[in-house]
Design a protein around this ligand. Sequence first.
Ligand SMILES: Nc1nc2c(ncn2[C@@H]2O[C@H](COP(=O)(O)OP(=O)(O)OP(=O)(O)O)[C@@H](O)[C@H]2O)c(=O)[nH]1
Ligand SMILES: *[C@@H]1O[C@H](CO)[C@@H](O)[C@H](O)[C@H]1NC(C)=O
Ligand SMILES: *[C@@H]1O[C@H](CO)[C@@H](O)[C@H](O)[C@H]1NC(C)=O
Ligand SMILES: [Mg+2]
Length: 397
Amino acid sequence: MAHPLLTTAHRRSIIIALITVLCVCYFMVISPEDGYLSSKILSTEQSVHKVDKTLLNLASPAENEPSHSFGNDISHDPSSPRRANATLVMLARNSDLDGVISSVEQLESKFNHKFNYPWVFLNDEPFSFEFKRRVKVLTDADVSFGLIPHETWVQPPWIDEERARKGRDILIKEGVIYGGSVSYRNMCRYNSGFFFHHELLTPYKWYWRVEPDVRFYCDIEYDPFLFMEDRDKIYGFTISMPEWEPTITSLWSVVKEFISDHPEYVSPNNSMDFISDDAGDTYNMCHFWSNFEIADMDFWRGEAYTKFFNYLENTGGFYYERWGDAPIHSIAAALFTRKDQIHFFKDIGYKHAEFAHCPQGRQWREGHCSCNPNDNFDFAQNSCLRYFMRLDDWMFG
Ligand SMILES: Nc1nc2c(ncn2[C@@H]2O[C@H](COP(=O)(O)OP(=O)(O)OP(=O)(O)O)[C@@H](O)[C@H]2O)c(=O)[nH]1
Ligand SMILES: *[C@@H]1O[C@H](CO)[C@@H](O)[C@H](O)[C@H]1NC(C)=O
Ligand SMILES: *[C@@H]1O[C@H](CO)[C@@H](O)[C@H](O)[C@H]1NC(C)=O
Ligand SMILES: [Mg+2]
C-alpha cells in the first residue's frame, strides 16, 4: 500500500530520480566498453586461447562464430575462434633491428602469442638476412618482409627541389625535429598515402601499426580488431598531442579548400571539435599520435580519403613543408568518420619516446600493467585527450 503522504507526482519523481541514478552508475562505473571487455575475458573462447593452441579442437562449436582463413594455421581449424581480417605492421630499417625485436617481443608476449595475427615488415631497402632471421624467431605467426616500391617512397620528380630545399632550410633554422630530413618526409608521405596499397597489406582490412622501440605495458586478453569490427569503429588511438605548427603551415587552408569542394565527404557527426576550437576556422594542431594505430585500411582505400590524399599530394606540402602522417590521418578520421567510430584504447598501456599512456584503476590492475600509473600523458598540459573527450558522447561509443 502506498504511503498516504506520497502523492502520485511525488512517487513519479522518486522513480525518475532512481532510474537516473542507476543509469549514471551504469555508464560511469561499468561503462559498456568495460563490460564488453570483461565478458570477453570470461568467455570460453578466450580461455581456450589462454590454454594452448593445440587444445583448440576442444572448443565447443557452439561457442565459436564463423571463422575465416587468413593464411594462418589455426584459422583453418573449423572450430577455431573467430578472427579478424587483420595484420600487425611495422615500417623499419635494417638498422632498427634491436628496437624492432624489443617491440615485437613485447606485443607477442602481451597479446599476439594468444592470437597469432601475422606480422608484415616494410622497408624501402631489402631487409637483411640477419634482420629476417632475428625477427622470424620471435613468433609462431606468419611473418612477411616487403620492399616498398621506389615510386611510392622517394620525392616525386615533379616536386620543385629548389622550393623543397628552401622549405627544409626554414625548418632547420626553426630547430624543428627532422626539419632537414628528406627520408623522414618520404616516411610521412608513405604512411599517409601508400602503405595500405602495399601488396603485402592489400589482403587485409585491419592493421595495428607498431614502431621499433615502443613499450606495451599491459596484458591484452581480448581481440582489439574484433572489438573495432563489432562496434563499427574505424580508427583507434592511445595518445594524442599537438603538431609543430611550422611543419604544416598551409595544411589547414588546403583541408578547408577540399572540404568546400567536397562537402559530401564530411560526416554530419564528425569530430571537428577535436581538431578545431572555432568550428573549423582554424586547426588547433591536435592529432592522434600515429606511431600507434589500430585502424581500418578500407577507410584509407576508400573514395573520401583517396581524393583527400591526392588533393594534399598535389600541393607538394609533404616536401615543401613537412606534413606528418599523424595530422593527415587524424584530420581525415575526424572529418570523414562519425565521432563514435574513433576509439580511445584506454586499456592499452603504451609508450613511444617519452610519452606514455598508462591505464588507470581497474584496467591497470586487470592488465597487470608494468607502467607507473602516474607516468600518463592523458591529462598532461600538452595532451589533446580533453579535446577528444569533449566530443559529446565519446564514452558511449
Ligand atoms: N625503412 C625505413 N623506415 C623508416 C625510415 N624512416 C623512418 N622509418 C620508420 O618509420 C617510423 C617512424 O620513424 P622514426 O624515425 O621512428 O620517427 P619518430 O622519431 O618515431 O617520429 P614520430 O613518431 O613522428 O615522433 C619507424 O617505424 C621507423 O622505423 C626510413 O628511411 N626507412
Ligand atoms: C580482407 O580484407 C580485404 C580488404 O578489405 C579484402 O580484400 C579481403 O577479401 C578480405 N579477406 C577475407 C578473407 O575476407
Ligand atoms: C548522428 O548522431 C545522432 C545521435 O548521436 C544520430 O541520431 C544520427 O543518426 C547520426 N547521424 C549520422 C548520419 O550518423
Ligand atoms: Mg618512432
